[in-house]
Write a protein that binds this ligand. Sequence first.
Ligand code: HEM
Length: 475
Amino acid sequence: AVKKPSDYPPGPLGITNFGHIFFRLSEINLRLEELKKKHGNIISWKIGTRLFVFLCDPKQIKEAFQSQDFADRPDLMMFSLFEGKPKLGIVASNGIHWNNSRRFTLRHLKDLGMGKSKIVSAVQYEASELVKEIKKQAGTPAPLPQALKPAIINVLWQMVASIRHDLDNEEVVLIDKLIQKVMENASLIMMQDFFPWPKNILPESIYNWLVKKHILIEAVSALESSLRKVVNEHIKSLDESNPRDYIDEYLIEMKKQIDNPESTMSIRDLITSIADLFDAGLQTTTATIYWAVFYLASFPEVQKKLHAEIDKEIPKGNLVNADDKKRLPYTEAFLNEVLRFSSLIPLGVFRSVSKDIKFGGYTIPKDAIVGMLAGSIHFDPKYFEFPNEFRPERFINAEGKFESPKEFLMAFGLGKRQCLGEALARMELFIFLTTMLQELQFSVPPNQTIDLKPNPFPAFNPPKFDQNILVTVRK
Ligand code: HEM
């Protein structure tokens, strides 16, 4: 438990109890807006046994998140599916474990912009297969096809393990089903993170029953064993002179490092890193593509400009390449506006401080959980004019070129732990959406509406996925 120092940042008094947080977690953004008005740019808020500090000012967020002092992740179950200490993989690990896993993975992702990247080819292929699937529902109002998620999963599997499934193959969504199962129980996992005290007063079996521990254990061990199977197959078929993918490269590097006492590489770390890539890369990319399609349908004048730009630069029948972006400033502006307007991760991904830190005139105590109000900044007229309007033009400068206000658009976080998949995600969004727009038009079905409010979910803004959309094949 965190002690409150006398100069801790201002915030609501007392401890926010379980009932409040359990039922109102999805309204946490609204509550934070109120707190910001009342207390200023650095707020502290005790939720259960943990002290949260939320940063609201872009300059301060930048200063904090870029410094090593704020580079840790808190020790929360919600970040790491696999138990054990120290935490392995990328998302939940800290210190040398994090440093090594992040560096290795970034190196693997580095040549995404290049013409011959295997991952780019995989994205192009999945995009064209997906367009075929979407065409099947032309003329009939229906939700976007199930195939969208398998297409994104295939890209990740190609990169990690050179695996591809047909978009209607059940096996491809297995990994998604397992992650979903864990997510469905997110509030119970959070209860264990923030309200561990019942553990001390209840018999262990009753506590475990209450938090449905068996569901979590089952899902996590199924996930682990399916990833282990893939890794074992790679160990058997590895040809060191011809690495196929992320797993092969990891195995080769691990062997090279075998006598290095600083090495943190292990099969368990590899499996955790793969789970992290799926966990961090799947829901996020899928949800953003859904948002983009709902905006296209809702703002037809924007879609018209996109069609015009794409028809001129990369007409139907031409493969879209990662570096075509330069020739499509409006498309690039649209994608950035999608990221702003959806603000998928409105509070960032929590960080923590490993010692007491003096910051902004306050002390942020060791082990405090630090979030940032990215979503609120995205809708602040100080940083984005007419923030409630969907306006890709805001990112186009006087010369007609794309220009991003990098310091205010925080969709991928920033600093030391900035999204490691940002380049991959941006490339996927660009190729998927441009390929779709070459051939398709999206609209709101007659006499129906599309709700652009997110599905209520704590600290995550997914769209209402099941809404109908009308697809027309372009002539
Ligand atoms: C539109 C899609 C995506 C969004 C909006 C997004 C957003 C984010 C955000 C906000 C963070 C936290 C950064 C911070 O702490 O400052 C993050 C971290 C991360 N993301 Fe993404 N992400 C996306 C796609 C992806 C993809 C495709 C991958 C990889 C396959 C990925 C892998 C990761 C990893 C591994 C981390 C943890 C980095 C670390 O702790 O060092 N993300 N992402």
